[in-house]
Design a protein around this ligand. Structure first.
Ligand code: ADP
Ligand code: MG
Length: 129
């Protein structure tokens, strides 16, 4: 299965492979690996298996049916880097289920990367008007 957003994602057997399509996608991959290395023991994230040149391989997780705001708040309060405005953490597409717990599968975000996203959205809005 293939999914495209800011990264090209291949879901093959029990793995997800994410390829950056832009500098932002590359930085997301790097950031995902940083967050994973620092917080792998929290159980908040889909396990990252390797990252190389911004390409990320994760364990494939099952979709999540309903967003848990308690879990989101817990994550944001524990990891200050993820406690930012204007981010995709509310989007259920960035969540999955692992060991019966809601986990973030798209956690390559920080203040700087989220600003890059905002600028891009603004550009697109300008182009559409
Ligand atoms: N570990 C994973 N397990 C299952 N599906 C995944 C996984 N990682 C990504 N996906 C799927 O690919 C989509 C895009 O991946 P994501 O990490 O959100 O990339 P982007 O940075 O482009 O938003 C997700 O919304 C999800 O549907
Ligand atoms: Mg995403």
């Amino acid at each position: 299965m293939i999914k495209i957003s800011t990264r090209l994602v291949f879901l093959i057997r029990n793995r997800a492979y994410k390829f950056p399509l832009s500098r932002r996608g590359y930085l997301q991959g790097k950031q995902e690996s940083r967050i994973w290395n620092n917080h792998k023991d929290t159980g908040f994230f889909a396990p990252l298996i390797w990252e190389c040149f911004g390409i990320v391989c994760q364990e494939r997780v099952s979709p999540l049916d309903e967003l848990s705001y308690t879990r989101l708040e817990l994550i944001r309060n524990t990891i200050s880097e993820l406690n930012i405005e204007n981010c995709d953490l509310h989007n259920i597409a960035n969540w999955g289920t692992y060991n019966n717990q809601p986990v973030l599968l798209d956690y390559g975000i920080n203040e700087r990367i989220s600003t890059m996203y905002k600028l891009k959205q603004k550009d697109e809005r300008r182009r559409n008007t």
